[in-house]
Design a protein around this ligand. Structure first.
Ligand code: DOR
Ligand code: ZN
Length: 346
């Protein structure tokens, strides 16, 4: 199969940032995706209905002329998040979900959650009103190995949460391990999992085995070939609880290359093409549409898109970087300079 037409995809996990970076990065997503779940980890974070409305307006203003794109906003969970604020935002159609960042787990997460008892009233309310909970599933504990953060989070926090709130729909974001895949599968119907293009393609040997490649550093970190195989099998299985979420996360080059480098891969310019490549390699192109365009809307209780896009097997070279106005200058593009075997033709 050298050509495939699928319903227009959505990105169920995206960082578009703000200001000049928003202006530069958003067009890559708005061109090929109809909707995206917008991550709230700005500084300061998007915590209130008003914050989200204002951020949504800035996103709409940053869209290229004529673009049709719907940002789906999320609320950043803190120990002070109010159930009433969350419910009001949900009922007003401003908040699609609430996002949990464990405190200090990644970029701009200092205001996140460290004591899960303190958010129970919010979670209870979300279960009651049918609102989705999005989770960055990693523990932050110096005793826990960085490669085990996801599996220990599942044991300590996520498994109990699914038991205590059986009616709550959860998304385990950027699943990165075989155990994560197994857990999502074991909670089919309740828990969905997004999978990034880079966790489907890279191993930690790519990242660290031939010199340290700081632009492959992300949270959760890239894991082993065994984990990658489990992720590829899950994404291409057609199972409805696995769906597309790029976690595209641009950073200025100097932050990626700093002594303490920032986590995140800017992959929006190559995302759908990279997923298509993975599905072709796995002989599963007939299941790309389920993963990219159907399973996500179903988990969120939304209708799939009516428009389509067509991809063709036809090589092109990914640009190395994206220019950004002002002092942030530029962001490196994931797979920049690589030959990408698939391209979007319409
Ligand atoms: O690698 C990551 N980058 N993981 C996250 O969870 C956040 C993101 C970012 O905002 O840069
Ligand atoms: Zn993210």
């Amino acid at each position: 199969m050298d050509r495939i037409t699928i319903r227009k995809p959505d990105d169920w996990h995206l960082h578009v940032r703000d200001g000049a970076m928003l202006k530069a990065a958003l067009p890559f997503t708005a061109k090929l995706f109809a909707r995206a779940i917008i991550m709230p980890n700005l500084l300061p974070p998007v915590c209130t209905v008003k914050d989200a409305e204002q951020y949504r307006n800035r996103i709409m203003k940053a869209l290229p002329a004529g673009a049709r794109f719907e940002p789906l906003m999320t609320c950043y969970m803190t120990h002070d998040t109010s159930p009433d604020e969350v419910e009001a935002g949900f009922r007003a159609g401003v908040f699609t979900g609430v996002k949990i960042y464990p405190a200090n787990v990644t970029t701009n997460s200092a205001a996140g959650v460290s004591d899960y008892r303190r958010i129970r009233r919010v979670v209870e309310r979300m279960e009651k009103i049918g609102m989705r909970l999005l989770i960055h599933g990693e523990v932050i504990d110096p005793e826990v190995d960085v490669f085990d953060r996801e599996v220990v989070f599942i044991e300590r926090e996520l498994e109990p949460l699914t038991r205590d709130f059986p009616g709550l729909k959860i998304i385990l974001e950027h699943v990165s391990s075989k155990q994560g895949v197994d857990f999502v599968r074991s909670r089919a119907g309740q828990v969905g999992g997004t999978i990034t293009p880079y966790h489907l393609m890279l191993t930690r040997t790519d990242w660290l085995g031939w010199g340290n490649r700081p632009y492959m550093y992300c949270a959760p970190v890239i894991k082993t070939a065994k984990d990658r195989a489990a992720l590829r099998a899950a994404a291409t299985s057609g199972e409805s609880n696995f769906f597309l979420g790029t976690d595209s996360a641009p950073h200025p080059v100097k932050k990626k290359l700093d002594v303490v480098g920032a986590a995140g891969l800017f992959n929006a310019p190559v995302a759908i093409e990279s997923y298509a490549q993975v599905f072709a390699e796995e002989n599963a192109l007939d299941r790309l549409e389920a993963f990219a365009s159907l399973n996500g809307p179903r988990h969120y209780g939304l209708a799939p898109n009516a428009e389509t896009i067509t991809l063709e097997r036809s090589a092109w070279t990914a640009p190395g970087e994206m220019k950004v106005d002002g002092p942030e200058e530029r962001a490196l593009i994931h797979r920049g300079g690589e030959t990408i075997p698939w391209r979007v033709v319409t």
